[in-house]
Design a protein around this ligand. Structure first.
Ligand SMILES: Cc1cc2nc3c(=O)[nH]c(=O)nc-3n(C[C@H](O)[C@H](O)[C@H](O)COP(=O)(O)O)c2cc1C
Ligand code: SF4
Ligand code: SF4
Length: 258
Protein backbone atom coordinates (compact mmCIF):
# COMPACT_ATOMS: atom_id res chain seq x y z
CA UNK A 1 0.00 0.00 0.00
CA UNK A 2 1.52 3.31 -1.08
CA UNK A 3 -0.12 6.54 0.10
CA UNK A 4 0.80 9.59 -1.95
CA UNK A 5 0.24 13.32 -2.26
CA UNK A 6 1.10 15.20 -5.43
CA UNK A 7 0.67 18.60 -7.06
CA UNK A 8 2.57 18.27 -10.30
CA UNK A 9 3.06 14.51 -10.58
CA UNK A 10 6.61 13.91 -9.30
CA UNK A 11 5.50 12.10 -6.16
CA UNK A 12 2.85 10.13 -8.04
CA UNK A 13 5.47 9.08 -10.58
CA UNK A 14 7.77 7.89 -7.78
CA UNK A 15 4.90 6.14 -5.98
CA UNK A 16 3.95 4.29 -9.17
CA UNK A 17 7.42 2.78 -9.41
CA UNK A 18 7.18 1.32 -5.91
CA UNK A 19 5.19 -1.89 -5.54
CA UNK A 20 1.82 -1.66 -3.88
CA UNK A 21 -1.75 -0.46 -4.17
CA UNK A 22 -1.76 3.32 -4.75
CA UNK A 23 -3.88 5.41 -2.43
CA UNK A 24 -4.21 9.17 -2.85
CA UNK A 25 -4.16 10.94 0.53
CA UNK A 26 -6.59 13.73 -0.55
CA UNK A 27 -9.11 11.03 -1.55
CA UNK A 28 -9.15 9.27 1.83
CA UNK A 29 -8.39 12.26 4.01
CA UNK A 30 -12.04 12.78 5.06
CA UNK A 31 -12.69 9.16 6.03
CA UNK A 32 -13.64 8.55 9.64
CA UNK A 33 -12.03 5.14 9.74
CA UNK A 34 -8.29 5.55 9.16
CA UNK A 35 -6.93 2.10 10.00
CA UNK A 36 -4.79 0.48 7.34
CA UNK A 37 -3.26 -2.98 7.29
CA UNK A 38 -0.62 -4.23 4.85
CA UNK A 39 2.76 -6.00 4.99
CA UNK A 40 4.40 -2.84 3.69
CA UNK A 41 3.03 0.70 3.93
CA UNK A 42 4.69 3.60 2.13
CA UNK A 43 4.14 7.36 2.05
CA UNK A 44 5.39 9.37 -0.93
CA UNK A 45 5.00 13.14 -0.92
CA UNK A 46 6.81 16.38 -1.79
CA UNK A 47 8.88 18.48 0.57
CA UNK A 48 7.38 21.94 1.19
CA UNK A 49 9.61 24.28 3.15
CA UNK A 50 11.74 21.35 4.37
CA UNK A 51 8.64 19.55 5.71
CA UNK A 52 5.82 17.34 4.51
CA UNK A 53 2.65 19.06 3.20
CA UNK A 54 0.15 19.97 5.95
CA UNK A 55 -2.44 17.47 4.70
CA UNK A 56 0.09 14.63 4.80
CA UNK A 57 1.12 15.51 8.34
CA UNK A 58 -2.51 15.61 9.45
CA UNK A 59 -3.23 12.27 7.75
CA UNK A 60 -0.23 10.69 9.47
CA UNK A 61 -1.47 11.96 12.81
CA UNK A 62 -4.96 10.48 12.26
CA UNK A 63 -4.05 7.19 10.58
CA UNK A 64 -3.29 3.90 12.29
CA UNK A 65 -0.99 1.56 10.41
CA UNK A 66 -0.77 -2.17 11.04
CA UNK A 67 2.35 -3.12 9.13
CA UNK A 68 5.74 -4.79 9.41
CA UNK A 69 7.51 -2.09 7.43
CA UNK A 70 6.71 1.64 7.18
CA UNK A 71 8.66 3.80 4.74
CA UNK A 72 8.65 7.42 3.56
CA UNK A 73 9.99 8.82 0.29
CA UNK A 74 10.16 12.61 0.17
CA UNK A 75 10.50 14.15 -3.28
CA UNK A 76 12.20 17.53 -3.41
CA UNK A 77 13.84 19.81 -5.94
CA UNK A 78 16.83 21.52 -4.48
CA UNK A 79 17.47 21.40 -0.72
CA UNK A 80 15.55 19.32 1.79
CA UNK A 81 17.22 20.62 4.95
CA UNK A 82 16.08 18.62 7.97
CA UNK A 83 13.14 17.02 6.12
CA UNK A 84 13.94 13.40 7.01
CA UNK A 85 14.49 14.19 10.68
CA UNK A 86 11.36 16.33 10.88
CA UNK A 87 9.30 13.61 9.16
CA UNK A 88 10.61 11.02 11.62
CA UNK A 89 9.65 13.31 14.52
CA UNK A 90 6.22 13.87 12.98
CA UNK A 91 5.61 10.11 12.91
CA UNK A 92 6.91 9.65 16.43
CA UNK A 93 4.48 12.31 17.69
CA UNK A 94 1.61 9.95 16.83
CA UNK A 95 3.36 6.82 18.08
CA UNK A 96 4.62 5.59 14.70
CA UNK A 97 8.09 4.41 13.85
CA UNK A 98 9.46 4.72 10.35
CA UNK A 99 11.68 1.86 9.18
CA UNK A 100 13.02 3.75 6.19
CA UNK A 101 13.07 7.41 5.11
CA UNK A 102 14.79 8.63 1.97
CA UNK A 103 14.64 11.67 -0.30
CA UNK A 104 14.42 11.79 -4.08
CA UNK A 105 15.62 14.84 -6.01
CA UNK A 106 13.35 15.74 -8.94
CA UNK A 107 12.29 18.90 -10.79
CA UNK A 108 11.69 21.78 -8.36
CA UNK A 109 8.19 23.14 -9.01
CA UNK A 110 8.48 26.09 -6.59
CA UNK A 111 7.76 29.05 -8.86
CA UNK A 112 9.17 31.89 -6.72
CA UNK A 113 12.51 30.09 -6.62
CA UNK A 114 12.91 28.43 -10.01
CA UNK A 115 12.39 28.88 -13.74
CA UNK A 116 10.53 25.78 -14.94
CA UNK A 117 12.29 25.87 -18.32
CA UNK A 118 15.68 25.73 -16.61
CA UNK A 119 14.47 23.08 -14.18
CA UNK A 120 13.17 20.83 -16.95
CA UNK A 121 16.36 21.25 -18.99
CA UNK A 122 18.49 20.34 -15.95
CA UNK A 123 16.31 17.37 -14.93
CA UNK A 124 18.56 14.64 -16.41
CA UNK A 125 21.40 15.72 -14.08
CA UNK A 126 19.25 14.66 -11.14
CA UNK A 127 19.38 11.00 -12.29
CA UNK A 128 15.89 10.28 -10.99
CA UNK A 129 15.64 6.77 -12.46
CA UNK A 130 18.94 5.69 -10.92
CA UNK A 131 18.05 7.01 -7.46
CA UNK A 132 14.53 5.65 -7.64
CA UNK A 133 15.92 2.24 -8.63
CA UNK A 134 18.06 2.24 -5.49
CA UNK A 135 15.14 3.25 -3.31
CA UNK A 136 13.07 0.46 -4.84
CA UNK A 137 15.79 -2.09 -4.05
CA UNK A 138 16.05 -0.78 -0.49
CA UNK A 139 12.33 -1.19 0.03
CA UNK A 140 12.22 -4.64 -1.56
CA UNK A 141 15.02 -5.77 0.76
CA UNK A 142 13.24 -4.08 3.72
CA UNK A 143 16.29 -1.98 4.47
CA UNK A 144 16.06 -0.18 7.81
CA UNK A 145 17.63 3.24 7.35
CA UNK A 146 16.77 6.90 7.88
CA UNK A 147 18.74 9.29 5.68
CA UNK A 148 20.94 11.24 8.12
CA UNK A 149 20.86 15.04 8.25
CA UNK A 150 24.29 16.51 7.50
CA UNK A 151 25.77 19.66 9.00
CA UNK A 152 25.24 21.45 5.70
CA UNK A 153 21.54 20.35 5.66
CA UNK A 154 21.20 21.87 9.12
CA UNK A 155 22.87 25.07 8.01
CA UNK A 156 20.48 25.33 5.03
CA UNK A 157 17.56 24.74 7.37
CA UNK A 158 18.72 27.52 9.69
CA UNK A 159 19.05 29.88 6.70
CA UNK A 160 15.61 28.84 5.48
CA UNK A 161 14.01 29.57 8.87
CA UNK A 162 15.80 32.93 9.10
CA UNK A 163 14.59 33.99 5.63
CA UNK A 164 11.04 32.68 5.97
CA UNK A 165 9.56 35.96 7.22
CA UNK A 166 10.40 37.82 3.98
CA UNK A 167 6.84 37.11 2.74
CA UNK A 168 4.25 38.00 5.41
CA UNK A 169 1.34 35.73 6.41
CA UNK A 170 -1.07 38.22 4.76
CA UNK A 171 0.88 38.11 1.50
CA UNK A 172 0.73 34.29 1.53
CA UNK A 173 -3.05 34.44 2.06
CA UNK A 174 -3.49 36.35 -1.18
CA UNK A 175 -0.64 34.81 -3.10
CA UNK A 176 -2.78 33.37 -5.94
CA UNK A 177 -4.32 35.72 -8.48
CA UNK A 178 -6.74 34.64 -11.22
CA UNK A 179 -6.26 36.85 -14.26
CA UNK A 180 -8.65 37.77 -17.08
CA UNK A 181 -7.13 34.97 -19.18
CA UNK A 182 -9.34 32.52 -17.26
CA UNK A 183 -11.84 30.80 -19.56
CA UNK A 184 -13.68 28.97 -16.77
CA UNK A 185 -12.61 25.48 -17.87
CA UNK A 186 -12.57 24.29 -14.24
CA UNK A 187 -9.31 22.31 -14.43
CA UNK A 188 -7.82 24.18 -11.46
CA UNK A 189 -10.86 23.26 -9.35
CA UNK A 190 -10.32 19.58 -10.15
CA UNK A 191 -6.56 19.32 -9.57
CA UNK A 192 -6.82 21.05 -6.19
CA UNK A 193 -6.31 18.53 -3.35
CA UNK A 194 -7.93 20.86 -0.83
CA UNK A 195 -11.00 21.92 -2.81
CA UNK A 196 -10.18 25.57 -2.31
CA UNK A 197 -10.85 26.84 -5.82
CA UNK A 198 -14.37 27.19 -7.19
CA UNK A 199 -15.99 28.68 -10.27
CA UNK A 200 -18.20 31.76 -10.21
CA UNK A 201 -19.61 33.36 -13.35
CA UNK A 202 -17.31 31.17 -15.46
CA UNK A 203 -14.22 32.35 -13.63
CA UNK A 204 -12.00 30.58 -11.11
CA UNK A 205 -12.21 31.92 -7.56
CA UNK A 206 -9.49 31.11 -5.03
CA UNK A 207 -10.80 30.84 -1.47
CA UNK A 208 -7.51 29.90 0.17
CA UNK A 209 -9.24 27.66 2.76
CA UNK A 210 -6.89 24.75 3.61
CA UNK A 211 -4.67 25.62 0.62
CA UNK A 212 -1.68 23.26 0.65
CA UNK A 213 0.43 25.59 -1.54
CA UNK A 214 1.00 22.66 -3.90
CA UNK A 215 0.76 25.00 -6.95
CA UNK A 216 -1.15 22.34 -8.93
CA UNK A 217 -3.74 24.98 -9.91
CA UNK A 218 -1.07 27.24 -11.41
CA UNK A 219 0.95 24.55 -13.14
CA UNK A 220 -2.04 22.78 -14.73
CA UNK A 221 -4.00 25.82 -15.95
CA UNK A 222 -4.08 25.58 -19.76
CA UNK A 223 -4.40 29.38 -20.06
CA UNK A 224 -1.64 30.23 -17.59
CA UNK A 225 -4.33 32.33 -15.95
CA UNK A 226 -3.21 31.88 -12.34
CA UNK A 227 -0.26 33.89 -11.13
CA UNK A 228 1.56 34.49 -7.91
CA UNK A 229 1.36 37.96 -6.42
CA UNK A 230 4.97 37.59 -5.24
CA UNK A 231 7.76 37.55 -7.85
CA UNK A 232 8.11 34.39 -9.96
CA UNK A 233 11.33 33.39 -11.72
CA UNK A 234 9.53 32.86 -15.04
CA UNK A 235 5.78 33.56 -15.09
CA UNK A 236 5.49 32.07 -18.59
CA UNK A 237 6.84 28.63 -17.70
CA UNK A 238 4.84 25.91 -15.98
CA UNK A 239 5.63 22.29 -15.09
CA UNK A 240 4.08 18.87 -14.77
CA UNK A 241 5.85 15.52 -14.63
CA UNK A 242 6.13 14.25 -18.18
CA UNK A 243 5.04 10.69 -17.24
CA UNK A 244 1.86 11.69 -15.46
CA UNK A 245 -1.36 12.62 -17.28
CA UNK A 246 -3.69 15.39 -16.19
CA UNK A 247 -6.45 12.79 -15.65
CA UNK A 248 -4.23 11.07 -13.06
CA UNK A 249 -3.79 14.33 -11.14
CA UNK A 250 -7.55 14.92 -11.27
CA UNK A 251 -8.21 11.37 -10.05
CA UNK A 252 -5.76 11.92 -7.20
CA UNK A 253 -6.93 15.35 -6.11
CA UNK A 254 -10.48 16.17 -7.23
CA UNK A 255 -12.56 17.00 -4.16
CA UNK A 256 -15.93 17.41 -5.87
CA UNK A 257 -17.21 14.11 -4.48
CA UNK A 258 -16.87 15.38 -0.89
C1 LIG B 1 5.22 25.39 -1.66
C2 LIG B 1 6.39 24.56 -2.10
C3 LIG B 1 7.49 24.47 -1.26
C4 LIG B 1 8.60 23.70 -1.65
N1 LIG B 1 9.65 23.60 -0.79
C5 LIG B 1 10.73 22.89 -1.15
C6 LIG B 1 11.86 22.79 -0.28
O1 LIG B 1 11.87 23.27 0.85
N2 LIG B 1 12.95 22.13 -0.73
C7 LIG B 1 12.99 21.56 -1.98
O2 LIG B 1 14.02 21.01 -2.33
N3 LIG B 1 11.94 21.58 -2.79
C8 LIG B 1 10.80 22.24 -2.43
N4 LIG B 1 9.72 22.28 -3.27
C9 LIG B 1 9.75 21.51 -4.54
C10 LIG B 1 8.97 20.20 -4.45
O3 LIG B 1 9.24 19.52 -3.24
C11 LIG B 1 9.31 19.25 -5.61
O4 LIG B 1 9.25 19.86 -6.83
C12 LIG B 1 8.41 18.01 -5.56
O5 LIG B 1 9.01 16.95 -6.27
C13 LIG B 1 7.04 18.28 -6.16
O6 LIG B 1 6.27 17.11 -6.05
P1 LIG B 1 4.92 16.89 -6.82
O7 LIG B 1 5.21 17.03 -8.31
O8 LIG B 1 4.50 15.52 -6.46
O9 LIG B 1 3.95 17.92 -6.38
C14 LIG B 1 8.59 23.03 -2.92
C15 LIG B 1 7.49 23.13 -3.74
C16 LIG B 1 6.40 23.90 -3.35
C17 LIG B 1 5.22 23.99 -4.27
S1 SF4 C 1 -7.66 26.19 -15.05
FE1 SF4 C 1 -7.18 28.28 -15.63
S2 SF4 C 1 -8.60 28.77 -17.29
FE2 SF4 C 1 -9.37 26.94 -16.27
S3 SF4 C 1 -10.80 27.74 -14.72
FE3 SF4 C 1 -8.84 27.54 -13.71
S4 SF4 C 1 -7.86 29.52 -13.93
FE4 SF4 C 1 -9.54 29.47 -15.38
S1 SF4 D 1 -5.47 26.34 -4.40
FE1 SF4 D 1 -3.80 25.67 -5.74
S2 SF4 D 1 -2.01 25.68 -4.39
FE2 SF4 D 1 -3.80 25.70 -3.05
S3 SF4 D 1 -4.18 23.54 -2.62
FE3 SF4 D 1 -5.45 24.10 -4.35
S4 SF4 D 1 -4.23 23.53 -6.12
FE4 SF4 D 1 -2.84 23.58 -4.39
Amino acid sequence: MVFYFTGTGNSLYAAKQLDGELVSIPQIFHRKDQVYEADVIGIVCPVYGHEMPGMVKEFLRKARFCTDYLYLVLTYGNIHGRATELAEQELEASGKKADYINTLKMVDNFLPGFDMEEQTAAAPEKKVEEHLGRIKEDILSRRRWIQPVSESDREWHRKFLAGRGSVSADQWKNVYLVTDNCIGCGICTRVCPAGCIGLKDQKAVYTGKNCQMCMACIHHCPQNAIRLTIPEKNPAARYHNEHIRLTEIVKANDQHAF
